[in-house]
Design a protein around this ligand. Structure first.
Ligand code: SF4
Ligand code: SF4
Length: 193
């Protein structure tokens, strides 16, 4: 998707020097670092944990996965103003704005809404600037959730299906707003993932 701030730089591949093409200096340098850490770890108490089976306790100021909040009656708060994307130093947020249609007043709080909203968790540095920039209190970084490990890079691009605050599908309604059976089933499937 096109970046909103237009700050992204396109990098060009530089030709490698002779030393880089020989590879040997880099290989020996890498091996020396490995051996240094190997002997250091062998003589000290283990400092790593077996993530994801084992997790360290979260700090009280931890900023984790984003959530797109709903208002008190369950409508999406985000108006796709783009301020979070402009504030983001990592160019991690992209979105496409759309106009709310008649009959969608119960889904989106304002006339403009985010048709798509994506956060690239591989780019994100979890600084929280998007949260600070948002005038609608729509985006928050959760204090107790982080992006789980995945095998494919694409899986770290979080769209609205994973960002928008979930609702209880068993109630078949979002805080009083009735869902169609298809909406409720789609919601249940999403929450089961
Ligand atoms: S937390 Fe920081 S880096 Fe991540 S999306 Fe928000 S502004 Fe960008
Ligand atoms: S999350 Fe907030 S700042 Fe970002 S587009 Fe939506 S309303 Fe604007």
């Amino acid at each position: 998707m096109q970046s909103l701030s237009n700050r992204a730089k396109k990098l060009e591949a530089k030709p490698m020097t002779l030393a880089e093409r020989a590879y040997l200096p880099a290989i020996f340098q890498g091996l020396s670092i490995t051996m240094r850490h190997f002997f250091r770890a062998a003589t000290k108490k283990q400092v790593t944990v077996r993530y994801p089976e084992e997790k360290r306790p979260f700090s009280p100021i931890f900023r984790g996965l984003h959530v797109l909040k709903r208002d008190e009656v369950g409508r999406e708060r985000c108006t796709a103003c783009g301020l979070c994307a402009v504030a983001c130093p990592a160019e991690a947020i992209t979105m496409v704005a759309g106009e709310r249609k008649k009959g969608e007043e119960n889904l989106y709080r304002e006339e403009k809404y985010a048709v798509s909203y994506e956060v690239n968790m591989l780019r994100c540095i979890f600084c929280g600037l998007c949260e600070e920039a948002c005038p609608k209190a729509a985006v928050y970084l959760q204090p107790d959730k982080m992006a789980p490990p995945r095998f494919e890079r694409d899986e770290f691009i979080y769209g609205k299906d994973r960002l928008v605050e979930p609702v209880d599908p068993s109630a078949r309604s979002i805080r009083g707003i009735q869902l169609t059976p298809e909406q409720a089933d789609a919601l249940a499937q999403r929450m089961a993932q």
